[in-house]
Structure formats: C-alpha cells, structure tokens
Design a protein around this ligand. Structure first.
Ligand code: FA5
Length: 349
C-alpha cells in the first residue's frame, strides 16, 4: 500500500459523502473573504488537496453500497467542480485587482524630479583629503574603531598616568560578555587614528607611506570647533633620510591641494608623546586661525620598539581633523552643523 495514500476508515457511511458535499458552500463563502493569493492557495490545499475531506470521500466511493454510490458520486463531483471553479475565479479576480492598482501608477510619468540623495560634506572632504595624499604616493589602510588601550595609548608612549591622556577624554568600554573582567585588556573607542601607526609598523617593514582615515571619539563637551565624534586621517611615512622638511613639504602640498594657493598656513611647536619634535598646523579663516592637525617626527623609541633601526630610519606622522578642514573649505563657522541632520544645510553640498 502507498504509505502516502490516506486511509479511508471502514466506518464511512453513505451519509458521509453527502455531508462533505454540503460543506462546500461554506468553503465558497470563506473563499470570497480571502484577498491574498497565498491564502487562496492554502484554501485550495485544505479543500481540494490530496488529503482533503473531499478527496478522501471520492476515494472511498467504492466502499459504499452500489445503490448509494451513484448519488454520492454525483454530489461529490458537483462539489469538486464548484470548488475548483470558485478557486480559479477568485484567483483571476485578485490578479485583475492587482493589475488595476498597478495601472493607476504610471511609472514612466515624466517631469517630476525624483528626490536625489548626495554624499555628506564630511565624506566629500574625507575623499578630497585621501585623493590629495594618494596623488603624493600614500596608500590607504583602515583600523578598528573599538581599540585596545595598548594601541591607543601604551604603544604610543602614553602610559596610564600620563597627562596626555587628559587631552583625550575617553569612552571606555565594558569587557565583552562572558570575558573575565580581571584578565581582559582594557577596551575603548579610539580617541585618534594614531593606533593605525603601530598596527601597521608591527606587521610591515619600511619604506612606509600610508594614510588611515576613520572615525574617532572623545568624551568631551561640544562647542563651535569641538565635536565628540571626529573624523581624522592619519599620515605615516617611514624611510631612510626623512626629515622635518619632508613633513613640512608634504603638509604644504596637501594644504595647497585642498585650500588653494592663497590660504595662510601656520606651523607651531606642539607636544605629542609619540613624536619628537611635534608641531600643530593651523589655517587662516575670517574668524581667526583654525587648528587642523597635529604632526611630528616619529619618536625614535617607537621605531626601535617596532624593530626598525632608528639610526637608519626616520619617519614623520600627522593626524588631520577632517571636520575642521571641511569648515575651512566651505566657510562653516560651527562644527555642530555637520551632524544635526538638517537637510536644508546638507543639501548645499
Ligand atoms: C591627535 O589626535 C594626534 N593623534 C595627532 C598626531 C598624529 C600628532 C600623528 C602627531 C603625529 P589632536 O588631539 O590635536 O592630536 O587632534 C588632531 C586634530 O584632530 C586636531 O588638530 C583637530 O583638527 C582635530 N580634532 C581633535 N579634537 C577635536 C574635536 N573635539 N573636535 C573637532 N576636531 C578635533
């Protein structure tokens, strides 16, 4: 026996097929209420499928007394015909309704401009920064935004009690779920893109010419020139014979490409534990000087820790603030405009 064949119980009585046939009218009433094709299909399986009451009753006809068989067969076949036609008609109705709805929507209607999205001004400036350095032979790398204390601070010569940490108020992160809090290494949202220097030098030998753009985070109050989420771009070059003059030349060329020939640029001494000497660069604007980057010569101690010979190799590094550069390019006086999501502001770029 086919195991899929439904079992017709011997208890089938002559009244059974007639009951099944009679139920078809309530099935048709239910069908009229269905307005989704998948629901109609489920209905079809239930009332007309191989295991439906109707199919079972038809298959059991042979067990009925000969005198009852003809009448029961007629009733069942009539019910089957009505249900099959009802199903076909309902499907046709639903498809016609859908076509009518589509017809009301003229997808080719010309003359109405579609609203178009655009790139965010910070993305545009970030791309201009990357393009300027790419044209000078730097290649792009990326690093994680969730960073280890080691790469963000320790390896950059900023130990736990170093005052330089105060300048970078940090968002510390809880250890990953399930981790042993005493053993897991401190995690944070990176406060600058400089950890990329260490990550790359650990795994590669000189010569190096890289830039690393990305988001950084500082737990600090905002004002017209300070945001808590900052887009930075790290620059790192390590080679034989690099000097501060190469750093200055590179940054002047960068500024010329981004701001044109006429902007005034100012270099001043600054302190970062991972460079020696350190500088900051500001650019003139109608509202005064705006500091756009910190930079300097890679500290020889870091070169040595990376396994490079500091007598043979020198390097320069810089960390640029992309929001500040965008402010200068577009004459924006308040950095907070970039992240207020005001479309009237954003549409201008
Ligand atoms: C640093 O972040 C260093 N990592 C830069 C560096 C790299 C120095 C390599 C030497 C060698 P600083 O905190 O100054 O330094 O930030 C660098 C630039 O990011 C600033 O000049 C500024 O343009 C931008 N920046 C920093 N903090 C903010 C802030 N809160 N809002 C907007 N821009 C900021």
């Amino acid at each position: 026996m086919d195991p899929l064949e439904p079992v017709v119980t011997p208890s089938q009585t002559p009244a059974e097929p007639l009951r099944v046939a009679a139920e078809s009218s309530s099935a048709l009433e239910e069908l009229a209420t269905l307005d989704r094709e998948p629901d109609v299909e489920a209905w079809r399986v239930r009332w007309l499928g191989r295991r439906s009451q109707l199919a079972l009753a038809l298959r059991g006809l042979g067990r009925l007394p000969a005198s009852e068989r003809a009448a029961a067969g007629r009733a069942l076949n009539q019910a089957k015909k009505e249900l099959t036609e009802g199903c076909r008609n309902r499907l046709a109705e639903l498809r016609e309704q859908a076509t009518r709805r589509l017809g009301a929507l003229d997808v080719s209607l010309p003359g109405r401009p579609l609203p178009r999205g655009g790139l965010h001004p910070i993305t545009l400036t970030e791309r201009a920064v990357v393009a300027a350095f790419a044209a000078m032979g730097f290649h792009v790398i990326e690093g994680p935004e969730v960073e280890l204390d080691y790469y963000n601070f320790e390896a950059l010569r900023i130990p736990a009690d170093h005052p330089a940490r105060d300048a970078m108020d940090t968002f510390w992160l809880a250890p990953p779920e399930g981790a042993d809090a005493r053993r897991s290494r401190p995690l944070l949202l990176r406060t600058h893109t400089s950890p990329n220097q260490i990550r790359f030098m650990e795994a590669n030998d000189p010569p190096i010419r890289l830039i690393a753009p990305g988001r950084t985070y500082r737990n600090e109050a905002t004002d017209a020139t300070h945001e808590w989420m900052i887009t930075q771009t790290e620059v790192l070059a390590v080679d034989r014979g690099l000097t501060l003059a190469h750093l200055k030349g590179t940054l002047y060329e960068f500024a010329r490409r981004l701001f044109g020939e006429d902007r005034e640029i100012r270099f001043r001494c600054d302190y970062f534990p991972f460079v020696e000497p350190g500088v900051e660069v500001s650019v003139s604007s109608p509202g005064g000087w705006i500091e756009i980057l910190g930079a300097g010569m890679v500290h020889p101690e870091i070169l040595a820790r990376m396994g490079y010979d500091p007598e043979a190799y020198t390097g320069f590094a810089a960390g640029l603030g992309v929001e500040r550069i965008a402010m200068l390019r577009h004459g924006i006086r308040d950095i907070r405009r970039f992240y207020e999501n005001d479309l009237r502001f954003l549409r201008q770029f």
